[in-house]
Design a protein around this ligand. Structure first.
Ligand SMILES: [Zn+2]
Length: 215
């Protein structure tokens, strides 16, 4: 079944929201890097908002659905596929934990049994009306992907490369705060300024994680 393959249109959409030729060339370089690793038979997740390529373990799978028009339909489709027997609403509430309207998700479902138990990660989100929201939301969910893969260190490394001073370990902070940090990082590497982020972002975010970039 091909229904879980991300569509070409979705891929195009994120390309469209990159704002300049310079950004386009960075994304082209990132995609070329990804293709080299795939050609090399490496199993990796391409986190396009964060521009991070994360290695996948033998028992880790990742599917990027990009944006979906009906969030709950997608959720239902996945829960049917994996025979998830919990209450979907509970699942969603647990995923965010802040009581906000959920427009994006990184969900984990399990297949197989020990010692072959496999974690299947799925990322999807509702299309947003402005580019800042869309990039932020994607970056936020991609940070949850890193968390699920046990690869949060990769975000720490790129933040350090951009001279963001962290006086705490990313592994030790609240998961949503950390995911927001990833969302802001995704915007900053696309040329958004902090003031612009504050004025343009309509999604809920944790102010503390934006302050990290102001130091
Ligand atoms: Zn989250």
């Amino acid at each position: 079944m091909e229904i879980f393959t991300p569509s070409k249109i979705s891929e195009q959409k994120l390309d469209d929201i990159c704002r300049s030729a310079y950004q386009d060339s960075l994304d082209a370089e990132f995609n070329a890097q990804y293709m080299r690793r795939v050609d090399n038979k490496e199993k990796v997740a391409r986190l396009r908002a964060l521009r991070i390529i994360a290695p996948l373990g033998r028992f880790q799978e990742y599917t990027d659905h990009s944006y979906v028009n009906n969030f709950y339909k997608m959720l239902k489709r996945l829960s049917d596929k994996y025979n998830f027997d919990g209450h979907l609403d509970d699942y969603i509430v647990r995923t965010d934990g802040r009581g906000n309207k959920i427009t994006g998700a990184c969900l984990d479902f399990y297949t197989g049994s020990w010692p072959f138990r496999t974690k299947n990660l799925h990322l999807f989100y509702e299309p947003q009306s402005n580019e800042a929201d869309e990039i932020f939301l994607r970056g936020h969910e991609e940070t949850h992907v890193l968390e699920h893969l046990g690869k949060i260190k990769l975000l720490e490394i790129v933040l350090k490369e951009k001279n963001v001073k962290l006086n705490f370990s990313l592994r030790k902070i609240n998961s949503q705060l950390r995911a927001d940090l990833g969302g802001f990082y995704s915007l900053l590497i696309r040329g958004f300024h902090l003031e612009e982020i504050e004025s343009k972002l309509s999604l809920h975010y944790d102010k503390n994680s934006l302050d990290v970039f102001k130091i």
